[in-house]
Design a binder for this molecule. Structure first.
Ligand SMILES: Cc1cc2nc3c(=O)[nH]c(=O)nc-3n(C[C@H](O)[C@H](O)[C@H](O)COP(=O)(O)OP(=O)(O)OC[C@H]3O[C@@H](n4cnc5c(N)ncnc54)[C@H](O)[C@@H]3O)c2cc1C
Length: 297
């Protein structure tokens, strides 16, 4: 990478900076489909695109494949790799970051991660305990990389208290994180309360809301069970009206996320990070509806 990616300067420029999050597909067909979706997503001129990293490094090579493919197809598009440190060695993390830098990756979403689902609690003792340990390593050894960290508007499920969670987030920012990207949430009051708590705690990094456009009921039940996000009764009831109608569920989800995004922007959110789940249409509809981008001619 020739120059440092000044990620902070993307936020607070008068219009919200949009980013998209992808995950590495498991099959060659999934990868092909992702490239088609990518083609659409870049038309939105996002500020950057991220790719997730499976717990314990399970997608290490596939994450790099996705990042490489984006760089090859869209050399101007900054890419950011998620990276989890739980169960990892320092040398393993260094080696991954060097590979990512060779591909032109501009930043890292520095995460602790969770134990693998098939063997919870059975991880090797880790050289990293918290995401802040990873932030410290990156800042000390790879200063040109932008560092993003996770924040939890509804508080991280393991945290003993709201205050403790904010204190731990502050530790990550004090260790050098540039930007906080939030866990998905469906009630904007959770975000606004969280942002105020961060400000009260002296966290000055941009707090970027993570938005998931719900595209079907089954998916949303699975995801909220996984990450602990609260699904407001009103949204759930609206989705259930369309129990047997996929298009109806889709419309409700896009409408809710668009309203969420509009209210967040009006309330001063500095950007919008869309969990697009490798499907471009919902996020693009929202970006177009809110004129969040100028399409490439
Ligand atoms: C934007 C975003 C992207 C994500 N991407 C991925 C991904 O690509 N791959 C993946 O596997 N997972 C991903 N996750 C999920 C994430 O790995 C989990 O939520 C995980 O449980 C916590 O990771 P963290 O980085 O927030 O951990 P941490 O910041 O380490 O926090 C984890 C818990 O420990 C507590 N804690 C932190 N520091 C301390 C301390 N010093 N002392 C005591 N307690 C402490 C916190 O309060 C919290 O309860 C993502 C989450 C978000 C919000």
């Amino acid at each position: 990478m020739d120059t440092a990616f000044d990620i902070r300067s993307l936020y607070g420029q008068g219009r919200p900076a949009v980013s998209f999050e992808l995950f590495p597909p498991k099959t060659p067909e999934g990868m092909e489909s992702l490239f088609d979706q990518l083609q659409e997503l870049v038309r939105c001129k996002p500020s950057f695109i991220t790719c997730t990293y499976g717990a314990g490094g399970s997608t290490r090579d596939r994450t790099l494949d996705v990042l490489r493919a984006i760089r090859e197809r869209h050399p101007q598009m900054p890419v950011v790799s998620h990276l989890t440190c739980s169960g990892a060695s320092r040398d393993g993390i260094r080696a991954y970051i060097r590979s990512a830098l060779d591909l032109g990756v501009s930043g890292v979403v520095a995460l602790r991660g969770d134990p693998p689902k098939d063997a919870p609690g059975a991880e090797e003792p880790s050289e990293f305990r918290h995401a802040s340990d990873l932030v410290e390593l990156i800042r000390a050894e790879f200063p040109a990389l932008a560092v993003l960290v996770a924040g939890y508007p509804e508080t991280h499920p393991e945290s003993p208290s709201v205050a403790a969670d904010i204190e731990h987030l502050k530790r990550k920012v004090d260790a050098g994180a540039d930007v906080v990207v939030t866990q998905l949430f469906f009630d904007n009051q959770d975000y606004f309360r969280f942002r105020d708590r961060c400000a009260d705690a002296g966290i000055s990094a941009p707090i970027v809301p993570g938005i998931l456009p719900v595209t079907n009921l089954a998916q949303i039940r699975r995801l909220t069970a996984m990450c602990g996000a609260h699904l407001p009764g009103r949204l759930l009831r609206r989705l259930e009206v369309h129990q047997d109608d996929e298009e109806g569920q889709y419309a409700v989800g896009v409408y809710h996320a668009a309203r969420q995004a509009e209210e967040l922007i009006a309330g001063g959110a500095p950007g919008m990070h869309f969990y697009v789940l490798n499907k471009s249409r919902a996020a693009l509809l929202i970006c177009r509806a809110l004129a969040l981008f100028t399409p490439v001619e």
